[in-house]
Design a protein around this ligand. Structure first.
Ligand code: UDP
Ligand code: MG
Length: 332
C-alpha cells in the first residue's frame, strides 16, 4: 500500500480538490493507497471536509490535532499514522502537483528509498521566497555540512524502512529536510514546477519560517556557538596589541594616549558582540531545556473511523522477536 500524508491548516477549500486529483493519479497504477490528512488545529471547516471524505471513501483517513502545532509537527503526526510501504508527503494547497506523485513512485520502484521533489524556481514563486530559500540553504550547508538542494520542501517519498528509522528520532523541532539527508539511503530527486495555491492564503508566516530556519540550524550545527570562540580570540589579540602599543607610546614620549572616543566605540562594539553571543548561547540552552522536558510533539484530538485493515491489524498484536524484527503473534 502507498500512503499520501497531507498536513492541512485551514484548507477547507483545498482538501476535496486534492483528494479528487490524487485519486485520478493513483487509480491507474496503484490500486492500494490511503490518503492521510492531518488537521493541524484548523479553525475553519477542514475537519468536517475530511470526515465527509472519509465517509465517502474509507481510503481517506484523518488525524485531528488538539491545536495548531505547526507544519513540521503535523507532518510528523501524519507520517506516524501512515501505514504504506512508501509514504509521500505533500502540501494541501495543490502547489505540489499531484501528477508528480507518480514520478516519485516510479523512482521508488527503481529502488530509491528517498525521493525528493525539488521545486524549479519560476516567476510564479514569489521573488522573496526564492531568494530566502536560496540564502537559507546556502547558509545551512555552510554551517552544517549537509547539502540540501535549494527548492526542497517537504514534498518527498520515504520508503517504509527509512520512515521507521526517522520516527525513532524523538527530538523536538525535528527538521525533516535535514534528517532525510542525514539518514542516508539511496536517494533520488525529481523536479517539478510549483503551482499556484489553489485557494486560501499561505499559512507560513514569516515568524513560522524563521522558527523553522532556526530549528534547522540549531539541530544540525554547533558552528554559531563556535563563532564566539574565534571572535573572542580575535578581539583578545587586537586588545593585546593595543595594550602593547599604548605602553610603548607612553614609554617613548611619555604622553597621554589620545583616543577616548575610539576606545568607547571599541568597547561598546565588543559588548554588543558579547551580548549577541550570549543570546546565541541562550537559544541553544533553551533548545536543551525543551529537549529535556520531552513533551510530546503533537497531541491528537480525534481520528476518523478506523478502516477495516487497521481493525485486522489490531486483532493480531505485533511482537518483536530476538533479532528485533516485528512478527505477528500467532495463537498462543
Ligand atoms: N500547514 C500546517 N500547519 C501550519 C502551517 C501550514 O499544517 O501551521 C500546512 C498547510 O496547510 C499546507 C502546508 O503546511 O498544507 C504548507 O503551508 P503553506 O502552503 O501555507 O506554505 P507555503 O507554500 O506558502 O510555503
Ligand atoms: Mg503552499
Amino acid at each position: 500500500m502507498i500512503s499520501v500524508v497531507v498536513p492541512a491548516y485551514n484548507e477547507e477549500r483545498n482538501v476535496d480538490t486534492l483528494y479528487a486529483r490524487l485519486r485520478e493519479q493513483l487509480r491507474a497504477r496503484h490500486p492500494e493507497w490511503e490518503l492521510v490528512f492531518v488537521d493541524d488545529g484548523s479553525t475553519d471547516g477542514t475537519w468536517d471536509r475530511i470526515v465527509a471524505l472519509n465517509a465517502a471513501d474509507p481510503r481517506v483517513r484523518g488525524v485531528r490535532l488538539s491545536r495548531n502545532f505547526g507544519h513540521q509537527s503535523a507532518l510528523l503526526a501524519g507520517l506516524a499514522a501512515a501505514r504504506g510501504a512508501a509514504v509521500v508527503s505533500m502540501d494541501a494547497d495543490l502547489q505540489h502537483p499531484p501528477g508528480v506523485v507518480s514520478e516519485l513512485l516510479e523512482k521508488w520502484q527503481e529502488g530509491y528509498q528517498v525521493v525528493n521533489a525539488i521545486r524549479i524556481d519560476t516567476e510564479r514563486v514569489p521573488r522573496w521566497k526564492r531568494w530566502s530559500s536560496r540564502v537559507f540553504y546556502r547558509l545551512f550547508s555552510l554551517l552544517s555540512g549537509v547539502d540540501i538542494a535549494p527548492g526542497s520542501a517537504d514534498f518527498r517519498l520515504l520508503d517504509r524502512q527509512v520512515l521507521d528509522e526517522i520516527l525513532r528520532f524523538k527530538e523536538e523541532g525535528l527538521f525533516l529536510r535535514g534528517i532525510v539527508h542525514w539518514v542516508g539511503y539511496p536517494t533520488a530527486s525529481v523536479k517539478y514546477q510549483c503551482g499556484e495555491r489553489h485557494a486560501g492564503e499561505s499559512k507560513y508566516s514569516l515568524r513560522k519560517m524563521l522558527r523553522l530556519a532556526w530549528h534547522g540550524v540549531s539541530s544540525f550545527s554547533l558552528v554559531p556557538l563556535r563563532i564566539g570562540i574565534f571572535v573572542g580570540l580575535l578581539s583578545s589579540a587586537i586588545a593585546f596589541f593595543g595594550v602593547i602599543y599604548a605602553i610603548v607610546g607612553w614609554w617613548l614620549d611619555n604622553d597621554v594616549i589620545p583616543g577616548w572616543a575610539s576606545s568607547v566605540a571599541i568597547s561598546s562594539f565588543l559588548f554588543g558582540v558579547l551580548f549577541a553571543f550570549l543570546a546565541i548561547l541562550a537559544e541553544y540552552v533553551g533548545r536543551i531545556l525543551v529537549e529535556v522536558r520531552g513533551r510530546p510533539r503533537f497531541l491528537v484530538r480525534e481520528t476518523t473511523r478506523a478502516s477495516a485493515p487497521v481493525e485486522r491489524l489490531r486483532a493480531r498484536p505485533v511482537v518483536l522477536d530476538a533479532s528485533g524484527d516485528a512478527r505477528t503473534r500467532t495463537a498462543g
